[in-house]
Design a protein around this ligand. Structure first.
Ligand SMILES: C[S@@+](CC[C@H](N)C(=O)[O-])C[C@H]1O[C@@H](n2cnc3c(N)ncnc32)[C@H](O)[C@@H]1O
Length: 266
């Protein structure tokens, strides 16, 4: 039920997900930050797997930089968007696509075939069992290959403040609930599980060691506060500069709208 609801929800928004509904300007700023880390993590010409590729913005960008990407997603409509984007960008020879959910990576055959993998902007929050993702990713990755993940976290100071001043306590508590939580999108339900970095790492620890962990959107406002960027562009840019500086500090790196974590196969 969780998985089918979530697939239907993303299918229903795939056509116009690039824009205010999904990939808005603030999300794109977070994505640029992820790209900096992807570039620092993967050597040129790598074979990569993109877990939960969405409309293909990352896969096409990585292909344009010379990587070969297998882009998978649980939503067939999202996979279509990725395929079309790759064709339009002229990189369809470097982007392969498949409708495969994070919960069924065993459907991808082979062993030690990828130089690395990534999952951007919360796709893994929709997968109920991450230990299976860890196990299957480890099978698919070469020894010492890295995984770069951005995941929606529990402790988002902006969100806590935003809803606390409105005395909307149930909204403040959402990210602290256990298990899969229903989040409404376009009249559908996206079943979402929130993680702290250490909770997430526990799921991967058997197969992967922790290389780096940092907050993403700690001082910079979360994507649904678009008006802050529009009304205060100078402050917004300043916050991002500070964000980059402090997001890896002990204590702060477990916070943020998302967090970014880099793991290396043992
Ligand atoms: C917020 S979007 C992020 C997409 C993309 N990574 C990006 O950065 O734009 C979440 C994506 O996760 C996908 N997704 C949801 N559940 C999934 C699952 N169980 N396995 C793989 N992908 C899933 C959705 O279809 C959607 O494309």
């Amino acid at each position: 039920m969780f998985l089918e609801d979530t697939r239907d929800a993303f299918d229903s928004v795939a056509a116009d997900y690039d824009g205010p509904r999904g990939n808005n300007a603030l999300i794109q700023d977070m994505r640029r930050e992820m790209w900096r880390w992807l570039d620092a993590t993967f050597a040129g010409g790598s074979q990569l797997i993109d877990l939960g590729c969405g409309t293909g913005l990352d896969a096409v960008r990585m292909a344009r930089r010379g990587h070969h990407v297998l882009a998978v997603d649980w939503s067939p409509r999202m996979v279509e968007r990725t395929r079309d984007r790759a064709t339009e960008a002229g990189v369809s020879d470097r982007v392969r696509t498949a409708v495969v959910g994070g919960q069924e990576l065993e459907r991808i055959e082979g062993r030690s075939i990828f130089d690395g993998g990534y999952s951007d902007l919360g796709a893994l929050n929709c997968v109920p069992d991450l230990s299976a993702v860890a196990r299957e990713s480890a099978r698919l990755l070469k020894p010492r290959a890295r995984l770069a993940l951005t995941v929606i976290g529990r402790w988002c100071p902006w969100e806590i403040g935003y809803y606390a001043v409105r005395a909307d306590w149930s909204r403040v508590r959402v990210r602290f609930r256990r298990g899969m939580i229903p989040v409404t999108m376009n009249g559908h339900t996206v079943w979402t599980r929130y993680w702290t970095p250490s909770e997430l790492y526990r799921e991967f620890a058997r197969e992967f060691r922790l290389v780096h962990q940092r907050a993403l959107c700690l001082l910079a406002p979360p994507p649904y506060m678009r008006w802050l960027k529009d009304r205060h562009p100078v402050w917004y840019e300043r916050l991002w500069r500070w964000d980059r500086r402090v997001a890896g500090w002990p204590g702060l790196r477990r916070l943020g709208d998302h967090f970014l974590i880099i793991l290396e196969k043992r």
